[in-house]
Ligand binder design. Structure first.
Ligand SMILES: Nc1ncnc2c1ncn2[C@@H]1O[C@H](COP(=O)(O)OP(=O)(O)OP(=O)(O)O)[C@@H](O)[C@H]1O
Length: 646
């Protein structure tokens, strides 16, 4: 018996359909703040993208004359072999092709009106292929912070929480609401759940259009189906426009799509409703065989990468492109677009920039999010605290209880150099945590949520208490074990210099990692910079000997040099050291001072005679310079983010 004729199955389908409709209606009511009733359509005409060819440096068209439209409640999938232009198409529609070497022509309209990037940023959200989530937040917190950053302040807390709950419900992740997303050290939710969370975090901001770049990539077929069925249901329940790029959907996933755009070599091979695919390819003499995954067949048909007979494959593909451009289907699309342009002028652009939260509220929200991360994510600060404690014990026991004799003078100086330089060097441990935040910032900024200022401020402020704590913990152990100047003022000045040292080092890490946001590269460059600061600081090579290039370009902006200078003054300005007794019972003093006749060395003589030429500069001046260097790093970091938009 044919499956479709089985009465039991038919009854179940009937029940499922009725139940599904009821479910859809209930869900619409529950999620009415997410329901789209403003955006009716998006359409585009003759969209072409030209880039500068990496190899030949000549213009290369990677997307040619694409036209199409999607109505509310529908899912459009951009399909095609690898490198056919799916991501380019998606980015062009989302106005994300911002490189100066990329030229986009053609028009994009929403409700029949030209849709600029800024207008689109109020109604559309883009979910990238790589999940940019903060691993140490729970599922619920991830959605909550997204709502906080995007929703206008007019929406009160109860309503925000209601939206978070509804977003969790819409994606079937209520059960995982309090589960951590997951860090390298703590397992969290599955890959499919992460993908659903990424979309839910965008949904909570009430977009009307969702762009999803390969929402199923990296997932097994069951998880892909699950993610796609949520997305397809969501489009219908909430009347959203969903445009996705997808690689190779299974038959079940393929059947969940409403519209397909098949691309190859940047040109359209088909655009239209899912159910029009079979008749269309039959009409151009490429019928899709029964019992075969249609997506797989189509991808094989338009993929010429692995063809043995290249000229024949090229000729066949040209034929497919030509058939499409001359087909009645293509003409119908053109007339549908024209009709949309003439009729669909739904009021849309009443959403004003003032409906966004203000930057102070966003800074506080980011600070709150970073705070949760800072105590939950061991990599962010806890590993560093443990590492600095280990370093303090090591330093304190190596330089253990140094006596105040002249033989200890160089040893004290070495301890100071080591403390300052190594504290700064170990700031590289912050790179992974910063890169996670940076990727999140990139994604949220591209979605128009907030800019570089709240991000820079929150990033700086969250570091202050932790870096201060690290400075104190390190000093409590190392300072007293090594017997550095044993007074309260000596101790607190030492703490202050280490704190400034860490702030400068972290500012440098942020600057470098923002410039080169790849872990190994940022690590190598920061390590190099720290090596440079050690070499030109005046300790290993006195400034008088240092050649002019290193001295005048780097020495004076070397924060480690200023920290070492401040710490040397702190140690030697008020301390006194015993000279050695010579063979004749007299004094043998390494540094002559006014106390020589008493067999002592005044610490200031060490500073004055100090071969590095530091002089006895004042703490105020050094601290001022340090604050200037820290501010400069943060300012450059901020400007870099302003200029570097991708
Ligand atoms: N600057 C450039 N120089 C040469 N080719 C380029 C340049 N930029 C993009 N391309 C090419 O444009 C094509 C389209 O890239 P796109 O990322 O949109 O493809 P895709 O279909 O999303 O691929 P995938 O499925 O592998 O992600 C690719 O073949 C890519 O190599």
């Amino acid at each position: 018996m044919a499956v479709g004729k089985n009465p039991a199955i038919q009854a179940t389908r009937l029940f499922t359909n009725n139940a599904a409709e009821k479910d859809l209606e209930q869900s619409r009511q529950a999620n009415n703040h997410f329901v789209n009733d403003t955006v009716h359509s998006i359409s585009w005409e003759n969209l072409s993208v030209t880039v500068e060819d990496r190899r030949t440096k000549t213009p290369l068209t990677i997307l040619s004359s694409a036209s199409g439209h999607v109505e509310a409640g529908k899912v459009l999938a951009l399909m095609g072999p690898s490198g056919c232009g799916k991501t380019t198409m998606l980015n062009a529609l989302a106005h994300r092709l911002t490189s100066s070497k990329t030229k986009t022509t053609g028009t994009i309209q929403v409700n029949g009106q030209a849709a600029s990037a800024s207008k689109l940023s109020y109604i559309a959200r883009y979910v990238e292929q790589e999940d940019a989530l903060i691993g140490s937040l729970t599922v619920k917190e991830s959605i909550y912070f997204s709502a906080q950053l995007a929703l206008p302040s007019a929406i009160n807390k109860a309503e925000r929480m209601g939206r978070v709950k509804d977003a969790l419900h819409s994606f079937g992740i209520e059960g995982q609401a309090d589960t951590l997303v997951g860090t390298p050290l703590r397992k969290g939710i599955s890959g499919g759940q992460k993908r659903r969370l990424s979309v839910a975090s965008q949904l909570v901001t009430s977009p009307k259009i969702l762009f999803l770049d390969e929402p199923t990539s990296g997932l097994d077929s069951a998880a892909s189906r699950e993610v796609m069925s949520y997305i397809s249901r969501l489009a219908k329940q909430l009347n959203l426009i969903v445009i996705i790029s997808i690689h190779q959907p299974s038959t079940t996933t393929f059947d969940l799509l409403d519209q397909i755009m098949l691309l190859s070599s940047g040109k359209t091979c088909f655009f239209g409703a899912r159910e029009d695919i079979e008749p269309y390819f039959e009409s151009i003499s490429h019928p899709i065989p029964l019992h075969i995954n249609p997506a797989e067949f189509l991808l094989d048909l338009v993929n010429i990468d692995f063809a043995i007979d290249k000229p024949a494959a090229n000729a066949q593909l040209d034929g497919i492109h030509q058939s499409w451009s001359q087909s009645p289907n293509a003409q119908n699309i053109q007339s549908s677009i024209t009709q949309l342009l003439n009729t669909d002028r739904g009021a849309l652009w009443h959403i004003e920039p003032s409906s966004r939260p203000d930057p102070i509220f966003q800074t506080l929200t980011l600070l709150h999010r970073s705070f949760i991360k800072s105590y939950r994510d061991v990599i962010a600060y806890q590993v560093r605290i443990a590492m600095y404690l280990g370093l303090a014990i090591m330093m304190g026991t190596v330089w253990l209880r140094l006596p105040y004799t002249q033989t200890s003078i160089q040893t004290f100086i070495n301890a100071i150099f080591f403390g300052g330089a190594f504290m700064s060097f170990m700031a590289v441990a912050y790179i992974p945590a910063y890169l996670e935040d940076f990727q999140m910032f990139r994604k949220e900024r591209a979605n128009g949520l907030y800019g570089p200022l709240p991000f820079t401020l929150a990033n700086f402020l969250i570091g202050l208490p932790y870096l201060f704590l690290i400075s104190i913990l390190f000093s409590v152990i190392a300072y007293w074990l090594a017997n550095l100047r044993p007074t309260a003022s000596g101790f607190w000045l030492w703490v202050l210099y280490l704190f400034l040292d860490l702030l400068a080092a972290e500012g440098l890490v942020v600057l470098i990692a923002s410039l080169m946001p790849i872990f190994v590269v940022a690590l190598a460059v920061t390590a190099f910079a720290n090596g440079l600061w050690m070499c030109v600081g005046g300790f290993l090579v006195p400034p008088g000997t240092l050649n002019v290039f290193w001295k005048y370009v780097f020495h004076y902006i070397d924060y480690q040099a200023w920290v070492t200078q401040g710490l040397i003054i702190n140690q030697f300005k008020t301390t006194i050291y015993d000279c050695a007794v010579d063979n004749h019972g007299g004094w043998n003093c390494m540094y002559p001072s006014d106390l020589m006749s008493e067999g002592k060395i005044r610490g200031t003589a060490v500073i004055e005679a100090f071969r590095y030429g530091y002089g006895s500069g004042e703490h105020g001046k050094i601290i001022g310079i340090m604050i200037g260097i820290i501010a400069a790093y943060r300012l450059f970091g901020y400007l870099l983010l302003v200029l570097k938009r991708t």
